[in-house]
Ligand binder design. Structure first.
Ligand code: FPP
Length: 236
């Protein structure tokens, strides 16, 4: 039987803070470990046949966390993105970002643009990092973008359909086949709402810094046994 590999996988990476607290470390150590794990995991995932990996790095709601933690994360993004350009290029991964501009600092924004530009010609897979991202906001922003296109006569209102809407989201990505959430939480948390409509879901108690290649392969195996009918009564 042909093995079913999801084309687009999304991960809500959760549990960095608890991973650190369990070890008597500061929460920031957990985020550092989470980022290191993300790089290793991306390398592995791109060898499995998965073409796109979307990850939830920072939501619009995460700005409500303590200033110290938000500042730490913003610095981790600035330094982490700069120092990982070589690594992502060696995997052949093109990095893109989904999310809004405000209230990110210029330094964070520039480090995102630099990583995007430096990896734009890679063809082995796409890593879509959702940062300063909210799923409802993406739908609202896309609606505004389409209204502008209609006003500017770039598109006719009757030509707007579900596929056109999806292609006008922050990035033109296919629907998500498999969503993984780590750390024993069972929520969507305002993540990629439009693209998640018919995704299979996989939940694990493993905390993100421990969610390694073997753990990912378990999720792939579980997915390969799912029977996807997309609301119909036939397998697809
Ligand atoms: C989830 O754990 C982690 C976050 C919301 C923070 C951001 C993610 C990383 C640092 C991973 C690396 C990604 C990039 C792109 C640098 P949590 O803090 O919600 O953990 P808890 O639920 O145990 O408190």
């Amino acid at each position: 039987m042909e093995e079913k590999i999801p084309k687009h996988v999304a991960i809500i990476l959760d549990g960095n803070g608890r991973w650190a607290t369990k070890r008597g470390l500061k929460r920031s150590e957990g985020h550092k470990a989470g980022f290191e794990n993300l790089k290793k995991l991306t390398k592995h995932i791109m060898t499995t046949g998965v073409e796109i990996l979307s990850i939830y790095a920072f939501s619009t709601e995460n700005f409500k966390r303590d200033k110290e933690e938000v500042d730490y994360l913003m610095n981790l993004f600035i330094h982490g993105f700069k120092s990982s350009i070589k690594e992502f290029n060696s995997y052949g991964v093109k990095v893109i970002f989904s999310g809004g501009r405000e209230p990110l600092s210029n330094l964070v924004w520039e480090s995102m643009k630099e990583l995007e530009n430096s990896t734009k010609d890679n063809t082995k897979g796409i890593l879509n990092i959702c940062l300063n991202y909210g799923g409802r906001k993406e739908i609202v922003d896309t609606t505004k973008k389409l209204i502008e296109k209609v006003i500017n006569k770039e598109i006719n209102i009757e030509d707007i359909n579900e596929e056109v809407f999806r292609k006008n989201l922050y990035n033109d990505l296919p629907p998500i086949d498999l969503l993984i959430r780590t750390s024993g939480e069972y929520r969507i948390s305002n993540f990629m709402l439009y693209n998640l409509a018919y995704s299979e879901m996989y939940f694990t108690d493993t905390l993100f810094p421990d969610f390694n290649s073997e753990e990912f392969d378990k999720a792939l195996y579980d997915y390969s046994k799912r029977d996807r009918r997309f609301g119909g009564n036939k397998k697809q």
